[in-house]
Ligand binder design. Sequence first.
Ligand code: HEM
Length: 403
Amino acid sequence: MALATNATLIRAIGRPLRRFAPILSVAGIVVVTRYDDVREVLERDEDFTIAEINSAPMDRINGPFILSMDRSTHYSRERSILQSCVQPQDPARIRSTVRAVTAELLARRPRGRLDVVQDLARPAALRLAGDYFGLPGPDPVTMMRWTRALFREAFLNSGGDRDARRAALHAAAEFHAYADELIARRLAMLSTGTPAPDDFLTRLIRLRDDPRTRLSPEGIRRTLGGVVVGAIEPTSKVTAQAVERLLRHGCALRRARDAALDGDTDLVRRYALEAQRFNPLTAAVVRHTARDTVLAAGTPRQRRIPAGRKVYAALLPAMFDPAAFPDPGSLRGDRPASRYLSDGHGLHRCFGRYVNDVQVTELIAALLRLDGLRPAPGRPGRIRYDGPFPDRLLVEFGQGRAA
Ligand code: HEM
């Protein structure tokens, strides 16, 4: 199994690294594993930058997007454009959409067995992309192919795998043609006063009335495209990994299930965050060292990092640092939510947190409410990966063995 998807191995390697080489520099790469140091790297966004890491792949498949921009007026403008499309009632709206979609998807699987990835998490995230973001895709299969290929190329193909790149370029061309047409149609509706759905796309277009927030149709496409590509696979991956993890922790599973049955959404969310800590979306985020600098200054582990080094801020090992997460191997629902790093930290911390808090929690709660939820026996009861993406996780519920 690839290191990137083997959280158990990463946790095991993280332990001696945190202890004996917390800022490890080898072959032009620096790996940072202690909680405070990971936060420091991500807070010092002018010393440890992102454009050198993300802009080339992002430009290839989408065009500039905030996750490929360093701190600048351009970055602030584009992030505030996104923020102005979010309204206070959105979390409630997202919750009711996810609940309705989840109930519908689960009702289709009455036989006591389901695939968390293909039957639930991916289709649910896709439906939210249509309902809330306004980008449903031509059909679910095509949209899933596009978003998976684009996400892989944007964030996970630093080795330049040729097949992955070819698939992404192909997907990008198809996706751009589809999105350009969708945006042109919506622009025409709005300019003629035809009623349009209140979704992210309409809100982005309405911002055009203000010259400070006016995006060209191409700007709308790369902004909305970046958000939707960043939304679907991560939701599915994190949900599957968190469920797999909870199913292995009997005591935590029972408590999380009771919370789901009692309607204690906040406690389910805490268990969801805690389960992600064991296997987050990404084990590390990467930055470029913009200038010679010192990390962890004034501590016994302080280290000079020369300009040009790639720095891996290792989120997963940092969330097993006992200094920040006492008794890190226990899965508990009472840790402070602000401690987690699963959705990043600092300038680029996930924009979609208000979505994840609701969507991932609701998906997991719906599964926990299934009577006697358990992994399917044998290998199907463990996640099968397609590269970095969970592709299957079979669970069973109800009495007896599923047919
Ligand atoms: C549970 C699912 C998700 C997880 C675990 C997750 C995780 C992350 C992480 C770790 C980062 C920071 C990357 C870095 O620092 O290099 C990030 C950034 C981002 N995420 Fe998410 N994400 C999720 C879902 C979403 C969703 C649903 C959206 C859209 C609403 C979204 C939009 C973004 C955007 C736009 C950024 C860039 C923020 C910036 O550069 O300022 N993500 N996400």
